[in-house]
Write a protein that binds this ligand. Structure first.
Ligand SMILES: Cc1cc2nc3c(=O)[nH]c(=O)nc-3n(C[C@H](O)[C@H](O)[C@H](O)COP(=O)(O)O)c2cc1C
Ligand SMILES: CC(C)CC(=O)C(=O)O
Length: 360
């Protein structure tokens, strides 16, 4: 009997028991079996030799924490305020394209999972579900990630549609004038299956009109919601972003998927935070897999972090409950780390949580 239902439910998600998946790496392992080869290779892919992809993780692992004891912290307050809205914890869902190849309910499952876990979901321009449906489904805040297309009228309509639907911020991705060298995608000749459509992609591939800081100013003139730039990797560009008037900066190397051998995001984050100097919030993504990683990013100047691949894996393993579980695990790990570090609130997390060899 059950076999009959398998095609509709997708073999990827039918009978997965989440109880054995206790951390984000477990989800990755499980997803490797659950996903189609096409989806897995797409998600897991880094650019070229995947050095930056690895460095994102390695650099986080290499940072050591400074345990502090007997501090009387039992229930840490993980709330942060971003653009006037309170987040229950400083972890957002990074924009990732094409959820339709990962789960039959696609972005709607992601939206449900985000809502169940009280998280903000940044929806990709290359969503395979119309924005109206996602907005109808989500009960927690949505942000919209923009890939600017050559057709600037189309782009204008799209961002204004997102704003009208209640999306609360716009993240303009600035690190992808072209895609990176993705050998994994080349090997499988990656392309969307005929039944999966990305309605806002228009002509795929590189656009003819390069995006410049002038376009960022233009985009801000189109909407009233905060505009962030996603993909800033050096302090000079961070300064230019401020001059262009943006409301926030996302330190990101696109999860190591675009320009290989740029540094890990956690490595550049403190320099960017120093240059921004509190003028706008700095967010960061790339390799965040543990509650301790969230602490490290906040200690080095991030107001919040985003996670990309783990959400795809949660989605592929179990749809909405998988997405919610991934977020909840990370949130709980963050709480434990805060208790063990003696930090009662997110703003209290500063560089004192990072181990430095004493001078004496
Ligand atoms: C499968 C996949 C698709 C992605 N699609 C987009 C996208 O459509 N727009 C975008 O700005 N970034 C995209 N990204 C980059 C993520 O937003 C994010 O920067 C990165 O995944 C963070 O690193 P992490 O996966 O290690 O958490 C994508 C990443 C992955 C893994
Ligand atoms: C079509 C791609 C450029 C989407 C993306 O951002 C990614 O795969 O990393």
């Amino acid at each position: 009997m059950q076999q009959e239902f398998l095609p509709q439910m997708s073999s990827a998600t039918a009978f997965i028991d989440l109880s054995g998946l206790v951390n984000l790496f477990d989800f990755e392992t499980k997803a490797a079996q659950a996903m189609s080869n096409l989806a897995y290779e797409y998600v897991v892919s880094g650019a070229a030799d995947e050095l930056t992809l690895r460095w994102n993780r390695q650099a986080l692992d290499n940072l050591k924490l400074n345990q502090t004891v007997l501090t009387d912290v039992t229930k840490p307050d993980t709330r942060v305020t971003l653009f006037g809205h309170e987040l229950l914890y400083p972890i957002l869902i990074a924009p990732t394209a094409y959820h339709g190849i990962m789960h039959p309910e696609a972005e709607l499952a992601t939206a449900r999972g985000a809502s169940a876990a009280s998280a903000t979901y940044v929806v990709s321009s290359f969503t395979t579900t119309p924005l109206e449906k996602i907005a109808d489904t989500a009960t927690q805040p949505l942000w919209f990630q923009l890939y600017v297309r050559d057709d600037r009228e189309f782009t204008k309509d799209l961002v204004q549609k997102a704003q009208a639907l209640g999306f609360q911020a716009l993240c303009v991705t600035v690190d992808t004038p072209v895609g990176g060298v993705r050998n994994r995608e080349q090997r499988i000749n990656f392309g969307l299956p005929a039944d999966v459509v990305a309605p806002y992609m228009l002509a795929p591939g590189p656009q003819k009109n390069p995006l410049t800081w002038k376009d960022i100013e233009w985009l801000q003139s189109l909407v009233d919601i905060p505009v962030l730039v996603k993909g800033i990797m050096n302090p000079n560009d961070a300064e230019l972003a401020i001059q262009a008037g943006v409301s926030g900066v996302i330190v990101s190397n696109h999860g190591g998927r675009n320009l290989d051998t740029v540094p890990a995001t956690i490595e550049v984050l403190p320099y960017i935070a120093e240059r921004i100097n509190g003028r706008v919030p700095v967010l960061m993504d790339g390799g965040i897999r543990r509650g301790t990683d969230v602490v490290k990013a906040i200690a080095l100047g991030a107001k919040a972090v985003l996670i990309g691949k783990p959400i795809c894996y949660g989605l592929a393993c179990a749809g909405a409950p998988g997405v919610a579980r991934v977020l909840t695990i990370l949130r709980e790990e963050l709480e434990l780390a805060m208790i063990l570090l003696g930090k009662a609130s997110v703003p209290a997390i500063d560089r004192s949580v990072l181990w430095e060899k004493p001078d004496n």
